[in-house]
Structures are given as structure tokens and as C-alpha cells.
Design a binder for this molecule. Structure first.
Ligand code: SAH
Length: 341
């Protein structure tokens, strides 16, 4: 038994041929899965009944039940999805002018333990399989036409590399959902071996790196991953990636009041990111999380000071607004609330 959403479009023909089925059946299957967005083979009414039965027993469609919806006044919607084993993950749908971005999770919880992040507050339960990640996308797709995906939900994609990559390749596939690679952003906290692997894929996914601190002392306090792969190693991996792929890396910097928001931090950050060719920076004000009431959102002035320092050093920088504040939208928050309920 293989889950339907773990099978790449080009793999269907040989799989069906083994069962004595003609190639056009593969096209019908793809049509049902990725044009009609069926959630059950019974809905694939173009297929003969006995073929549907075969598909049902051998290639089931993964269930991801919407266990909760949390809507924000800014239009952001967060879905809590219950997987078949009862574990829940979050996916967030973020409308913007000309865009409809979906933030997807790759693990139940997270092992990385970043101090400011709700997803890691209880550790990791397990990684998601490729079909479960595709199921997340499909849940979003049923709400609206997704134009962009950011892999910035729960979990560390490079700690679940194979399944994440399989899901993204499927979502990207021309005979699948056909979402362009440049519309898919992978975000990592800095699991260094992932960079060379991603570069070797030769697919033009976008890459973001969560930096959040400009030196090892501070970064190791905020992000335990830094003790394994310190900033020098991380930035070298980033520079190698950029040289190999000619692709830009965006550094994410979550600004936390009184923690990493000084002018000296901004100056040091500018010097660090300039070691990576063409790098960009996104500045994000912290979304408050219940397990760390001591971490506070910086005021607008601090954000502008940071922006100003980076720009003066010639670093391309964007100020990001947090979205979905009243929807527990910082990653992991909705699940945390459910675990506590
Ligand atoms: N593990 C990956 C992807 C998931 S986190 C990574 O670390 O990049 C997605 C982004 O949200 C990361 O940049 C993360 O640091 C940031 N983030 C987590 N908690 C946050 C919070 N409370 N406020 C603002 N950003 C947060």
C-alpha cells in the first residue's frame, strides 16, 4: 500500500502498468487528484468502479481533518489539521494583494528548541510524511487558489529532508499541482548539511535562513542548533549555496525587545550577512508566545533603526509585519493551545 499523495506524477504510469492498466488511466488519476482535487476515490467518477476500488485499497488518499479554524481580522486563516494517527499540525493561509500564501508544517512539533518559538516548546513528536505534507497543501487549496508556499510552519524542513523534498517536488510537478518552484520558499534554522543537498537538487526553490542573532554567543542562547553549526559554518554553507545555485538567500531576523535589538547587533548583523553574496534580510517583530512572557515585541522605532543601519551598509532589507496576530498565528501556537486545553 502506498499513499496516493506520495506518488510523483511520473511514477503513476509504471505503477499502474504493473497492474495491467493502460497508460491513459494514469492521466485520469492525475486529473482526479490534481485538477478535481478529490479527497476520496469515490469522487473520481470518470474512473470505472472496479478501478476505484483498486485505488482505494492500494493507494489511499491521506486524510487530514480540519479540527479547528482560527480566523484573524486581517484575513489570515489558520487551520489545525488532524492527521490519521490523531496528531495535529497547523497550516496558515495568508491573503495579500495578488497573492495567496500558504505556510506549511513539516513535523509535529519541532526538535530545534528555539527559545522564542511555540512549535519547539514541547519538542518533536514525529516528522510528517510526504503525503501528509501534500494533504496540508490540499486543505489550503480547497480554501482558495494558493499562489505561494512558505515552509515556515511547525518543524525543521532540513531535519525531515527526504519527505519534505518529495512533497515539494510533487506540488511543483507540471502534471501535479504545478506550483512554480520560485513560488515555494524553504526556511531552515541552519541545519548545515541541508544546504549542499538542496543545491544538488537543481530546483529553483527559494531559501530562507533563520538567523535571529549576529554572533555565536547570542545565537546559541536563542537557537540551540547554533551549538552544532555555529555562524561561521552556517554562513560558509550559505555562500557555497549561493555560488553553486546563483540563487539569493534571505535571512530572517526576528527582533526581540532588549535581546537582539541593539544598534550594535544591527551593525554586526550587517557585517555578517555581507559575507554571503546577494543576501537579503527580512526583519520581523517578535510575535509574543505564551511560554516566554519575558520576550516582548520591539517598538516601531527600533525596527526602523535596524532597517536604517542595514540599509546604510548596503544590505537589501525588508520590514515584515506579523500577520494573523489575533489568530495565534505564530507557528505552533494553535497546536499548543489545543494540547493545553
Ligand atoms: N524551522 C524553520 C521553519 C519554521 S519557523 C526555521 O527555523 O526557519 C519559521 C520562522 O518563524 C523562523 O524564521 C522562525 O524563527 C520564526 N518564528 C518562530 N517563532 C516566532 C515568533 N514568536 N515570532 C516571530 N517569528 C518567529
Amino acid at each position: 500500500m502506498k499513499k496516493a499523495w506520495s506518488i510523483l506524477p511520473e511514477e503513476w504510469k509504471p505503477i499502474l502498468a504493473e497492474r495491467g492498466l493502460r497508460p491513459f488511466r494514469a492521466d485520469q488519476v492525475l486529473q482526479s487528484l490534481y485538477r478535481d482535487y478529490i479527497t476520496d476515490w469515490d469522487q473520481a467518477t470518470t474512473l470505472p468502479k472496479d478501478f476505484r476500488e483498486t485505488l482505494k485499497s492500494e493507494f489511499p488518499i491521506t486524510k487530514a481533518e480540519v479540527a479547528d479554524v482560527s480566523a484573524s481580522s486581517d484575513g489570515t486563516k489558520k487551520l489545525l489539521l488532524r492527521m490519521e494517527d490523531g496528531n495535529c499540525v497547523e497550516t496558515v493561509l495568508i491573503p495579500a494583494t495578488g497573492r495567496f500564501t500558504q505556510c506549511i508544517s513539516t513535523q509535529v512539533g519541532c526538535a530545534m528548541g528555539c527559545a522564542f518559538c511555540a512549535s519547539g516548546a514541547r519538542g518533536v513528536v514525529r516528522s510528517l510524511t510526504a503525503d501528509e505534507i501534500v494533504a496540508e497543501y490540499m486543505s489550503g487549496r480547497r480554501v482558495g487558489e494558493i499562489t505561494n508556499i512558505v515552509v515556515m510552519g511547525m518543524g525543521e524542513p532540513f531535519a525531515n529532508y527526504d519527505e519534505t523534498m518529495r512533497a515539494l517536488k510533487l506540488i511543483n510537478a507540471g502534471k501535479g499541482p504545478n506550483l512554480g518552484a520560485r513560488h515555494i520558499t524553504i526556511s531552515t534554522c541552519g541545519v548545515v548539511p541541508g544546504f549542499a543537498r538542496l543545491a544538488s537538487e537543481g530546483i529553483q526553490f527559494e531559501l530562507s535562513v533563520s538567523l535571529h542573532a549576529p554572533n555565536d554567543e547570542l545565537r546559541s542562547q536563542l537557537m540551540p542548533v547554533n551549538r552544532k553549526w555555529p555562524i561561521d559554518e552556517l554562513l560558509n554553507a550559505c555562500a557555497d549555496y549561493t555560488r553553486a545555485t546563483k540563487r539569493i538567500i534571505t535571512f530572517e531576523y526576528t527582533v526581540i525587545k532588549g535581546v537582539n535589538d541593539s544598534r550594535a547587533c544591527a551593525e554586526e548583523l550587517a557585517r555578517q550577512v555581507r559575507r554571503v553574496p546577494m543576501a537579503k534580510v527580512n526583519l520581523i517583530p517578535l510575535s509574543p508566545v505564551s511560554h516566554r512572557p519575558d520576550f516582548k515585541t520591539p517598538d516601531e522605532r527600533t525596527m526602523l533603526m535596524f532597517l536604517d543601519v542595514l540599509m546604510k551598509h548596503g544590505v537589501q532589507t525588508m520590514l515584515r509585519r506579523s500577520r494573523g496576530k489575533d489568530a495565534d498565528a505564530a507557528c505552533g501556537q494553535l497546536r499548543l493551545r489545543h494540547l493545553d486545553a
